[in-house]
Design a protein around this ligand. Structure first.
Ligand code: ADP
Ligand code: MG
Length: 238
């Protein structure tokens, strides 16, 4: 569960073509990292997978089922943004449980799910705090916690660590790698950080101006970049 297929996916805003025909197969349980320059369409592509943007053309399928017409809330996935987007008036526990509450899950089951997520992310002691009482790193862990309470099979991360300082980035990156192992979920992860891409990815997708430039395992791209553009992102110095 959690496999993703993009078939000739396109997106235009007005007369501007932003995604220009992307084909990609992400396997069940794979950790797939998107890299590419600012403005190449990484966030747009994630938002289309999440259903927050319509496709102009092409097809998106999750576990072999077309989802183009499926509402965001009905897609079995969770998205973690760069900005944590927590509700300031809610405690950590209520922030994490909100989606379950809205889905009509019973109170005891919400408690069970939030306790489990808090355990996985060492958030137990923070459950009664509000976002203003947390550090940036803690807020980002809550945002990740909010994604995992629903135990989706597909996670979308849009530069989740870019607002953290260097030490926290490493700690949170290790936590995300551990979550990937423990949850056996498929993860699509956008970053502009070469080390994050190299350490987390099963495969890296290099995007350039709305197209896939090259796809491969980190060491394949590192040792054998298709061109100087790819080398600039993940290749060895040439
Ligand atoms: P990235 O995440 O790779 O930096 P984005 O997906 O955010 O890139 O943006 C890709 C391109 O699409 C940019 O040129 C951006 O200005 C444009 N774009 C994104 N969202 C919109 C929108 N809602 N309306 C018009 N243009 C947009
Ligand atoms: Mg972006």
């Amino acid at each position: 569960m959690g496999a993703l297929t993009l078939s000739n996916v396109t997106k235009s805003f007005g007369t501007t073509d932003v995604i220009k025909g992307v084909d990609l197969q992400v396997e069940d349980g794979e950790f797939c990292v998107f890299v590419g320059p600012s403005g190449c369409g990484k966030s747009t592509l994630l938002r289309m997978i999440a259903g927050l943007e319509d496709c102009t053309g092409g097809e998106i399928a999750i576990d072999g089922k077309r989802v183009n017409e499926v509402a965001p809330a009905k897609r079995e996935l969770a998205m973690v943004f760069q900005s944590y987007a927590l509700y300031p008036h809610l405690t950590v526990r209520d922030n994490m449980g909100l989606a379950l509450k809205q889905a009509g899950v019973s109170k005891p089951d919400i408690t069970k799910a939030t306790d489990r997520a808090a355990d996985m992310l060492s958030l137990g002691p923070l459950l009664d705090r509000r976002p203003a009482e947390l550090s940036g790193g803690q807020r980002q862990r809550v945002a990740i916690g909010r994604a995992i309470v629903r135990t989706p099979k597909l996670f979308l991360f849009d530069e989740p660590l870019s607002n953290l300082d260097a030490a926290l980035r490493v700690a949170t990156r290790i936590e995300i790698a551990r979550l990937h192992r423990d949850l056996a979920a498929t993860m699509i992860y956008v970053t502009h950080d070469q080390i994050e891409a190299m350490t987390l990815a099963d495969r890296i997708v290099v995007l350039r101006a709305g197209r896939v430039e090259q796809v491969g395992a980190p060491m394949e791209l590192y040792n054998d970049p298709a061109n100087t553009f790819v080398a600039g992102f993940i290749g060895s110095p040439q």
